[in-house]
Structure formats: structure tokens, C-alpha cells
Design a protein around this ligand. Structure first.
Ligand code: MG
Length: 334
């Protein structure tokens, strides 16, 4: 049973939710949804007491006994999130793994999935079977049960939309729990995801679960859009700033390979590519030191910066000067 403290925090979150949603800078796709939900919510009247966290975090959090419930939904679209000709098994894996990554970012345990596949008629039987094989393999690995869904033909691209539920066994990790003075940490390595990682990654459910039970851990988010943008979600939700030390950012082999091919730096790829699906989180100094030396299970954890009072996300230069870190992956610009 969750202790009273995180519950109180979650209730406080309901109060601040509206304000936070208003102040949050968003990508163009999110903006439309945020505005739509805001309108709907105003039509519905006062806040729903069963809704502990609404829009503005990786999952919605609903009141539940004995466990709070998590809800998330996500779509992958051909030619946007995967290339035409991608193995259907990989499409299924990615569609579910992105959702599980959002459960991981809340420190939750994934439970159920509802799957909607909209598929062009040509060769649809084989494709749909392949997609389900990809979903099923990953679902079994994490004890997730597919409990329903829908199939539809599509005159356009192949699309897979999955809704997942999860439960909070300890406390939910929220974007709004970063505090000045905490360190910023990240799992794994970053950058160059489009060379293959974005289709094959393992959602960090085991790591998120450990974080949710670790005292001294603050805010968390999964890296879908790149540190530049996702760290901004944490700082805005928490009303703090962040300073990253670029020398400490863990670069993936793919980030270096991309850099060799396109002339950008590996650091640029690590900061901006997105689709790393690693966990970015904050922790007090002592916890950060412990986690970055032991890792989370077999997954490395790297200390990459510090939460500071002011607004903004900054990169520390070699001379100690700070430059603003801006930009990030935009789903509509690829
Ligand atoms: Mg997320």
C-alpha cells in the first residue's frame, strides 16, 4: 500500500496541474491535444477527485486501491515513426515498447494493453500477424496481457495505437519533483537511435521500478524527444532550471557513427536525436553518487548535471560559462 506522503504530493499535483498545463511549452502535436483536453475539462466542470495526475506527465495517474493506476496511449505511424518496409515484428515491438517506456518513467508495473491496428489492405494478414508477434513477445517478457483492441483497414499508412495500463506499487515518479541542488542522471547511452535502437530498445521498466523504491530520487521522464526537450519538461513542471556538463553525456556508438556520416558532433546527436527511451531522472547528491557507481541492475547510470533554481536548461562550457540548450526532435520535422 502506498504511503500517505506520495498521495499527498499527488493531490497537490492535481491543484497545480491546470497551471502547469498552461505554462508548458509544447510541440505542435501536443499543443492541439492539450488545448482540446483543456476545453473538455472546462466543460466537465471541477477537478475529478479520482484523477490524481492528468495531462502533462508520462502517464495519467488514477486513484485506486490498493494501487494507483497508470494509463498511457501512443501511436506509431508508417513513414513517421518507422520506415515503410520495416519488419512487422519490429513495428509491433516499437509500438508496445514506447508505451512501456512511459510506464517505466512513472516507476510503475505494466499490466494490460489494448491494441488498435489500422492497416492498408494489401498483404494485411501477414503484416498484422507479424505485428502481433512483435507485441506478444515483448508483452510476455513483461507480464503484460493484451486484453482487447480493434483492427481496421486504412486507406493511408499503417498505424498501430496501443493503450497500456500499469500500477504504482510504491510511489509514482513525476516530472514535477525536481528540486534545486539535485543531480541529473540518465540510464544507458544516448544518440543515433535511428540507426536501429528506436526499433529494438528494451523499455527501462526494471530500472524505473527500482527508482520508485529508492529514497532520494526526485523527478523522472523517459527520453523520447531528446534531452534538450525532455529535460525541459522536467524543469518546467518542477519550476526549476538545469545545467548539463556536456563532457559527461554518455555517447552511444550509434551517435559516433552518425557523427562520422553527417559531420555533426556525437554530442549533438546525444542531445537532440530523441528516441533513446532511456530514463532521465533527478536525485539528491548521495543517491546520485551511489546510483552512478552501482548502476541500476546491469544498466549504467551517468551523472550529467545539476538542477538549479532559475528557469532554463543550460550547457556548461569549458570556461565555466553557460549557454542555453534549445531545440530537440520534432515529430513533424522528422
Ligand atoms: Mg514519455
Amino acid at each position: 500500500v502506498a504511503s500517505e506522503e506520495p498521495r499527498r504530493r499527488l493531490r497537490d499535483d492535481v491543484v497545480t496541474e491546470k497551471r502547469r498545463t498552461r505554462s508548458r511549452a509544447t510541440t505542435s502535436d501536443e499543443l492541439t491535444i492539450v488545448e482540446w483536453i483543456r476545453t473538455t475539462r472546462e466543460e466537465l466542470g471541477p477537478a475529478d477527485p479520482d484523477l490524481l495526475v492528468g495531462i502533462g506527465d508520462d502517464c495519467a495517474v488514477l486513484r485506486g486501491e490498493p494501487h494507483q493506476q497508470l494509463l498511457a496511449v501512443d501511436t506509431v505511424v508508417e513513414s513517421v515513426h518507422f520506415a515503410a518496409g520495416t519488419r512487422p515484428e519490429d513495428v509491433g515491438h516499437k509500438a508496445l515498447a514506447r508505451n512501456l517506456s512511459d510506464i517505466a518513467a512513472m516507476g510503475g508495473v505494466a499490466r494490460y494493453a489494448l491494441v488498435v491496428i489500422s492497416c492498408p489492405a494489401e498483404g494485411s494478414r501477414d503484416r498484422i500477424q507479424g505485428i502481433f508477434r512483435g507485441i506478444d513477445a515483448l508483452a510476455r517478457r513483461w507480464g503484460v496481457r493484451v486484453i482487447g483492441g480493434d483492427l481496421s483497414s486504412s486507406p493511408g499508412p499503417l498505424m498501430v495505437t496501443i493503450t497500456v495500463t500499469g500500477r504504482v506499487e510504491e510511489r509514482a515518479l513525476l516530472r514535477g519533483d525536481a528540486v534545486a541542488g539535485q543531480r541529473i542522471l540518465v540510464t544507458g547511452t544516448l544518440g543515433g537511435s535511428r540507426l536501429g535502437h528506436h526499433l529494438s530498445f528494451t523499455p527501462r521498466l526494471a530500472e524505473g521500478r527500482i527508482l520508485s523504491t529508492t529514497a532520494g530520487v526526485g523527478a523522472a521522464i523517459d527520453l523520447s524527444d531528446g534531452i534538450a526537450r525532455d529535460l525541459g519538461h522536467i524543469t518546467r513542471s518542477s519550476r526549476v532550471g538545469a545545467v548539463l556538463d556536456p563532457r559527461t553525456i554518455p555517447l552511444s556508438a550509434a551517435a559516433r557513427q552518425q557523427a562520422n556520416e553527417d559531420g555533426l558532433t556525437a554530442l549533438h546527436h546525444a542531445l537532440h536525436d530523441g528516441e533513446d527511451y532511456e530514463l532521465l531522472f533527478t536525485a539528491d547528491r548521495e543517491t546520485a553518487r551511489a546510483l552512478s557507481s552501482t548502476g541500476l541492475g546491469r544498466t549504467r547510470v551517468t551523472d550529467i548535471g545539476e538542477i538549479v533554481p532559475g528557469p532554463g536548461v543550460w550547457l556548461l562550457g569549458p570556461d565555466g560559462a553557460k549557454t542555453p540548450l534549445e531545440g530537440g526532435h520534432d515529430h513533424f520535422r522528422g
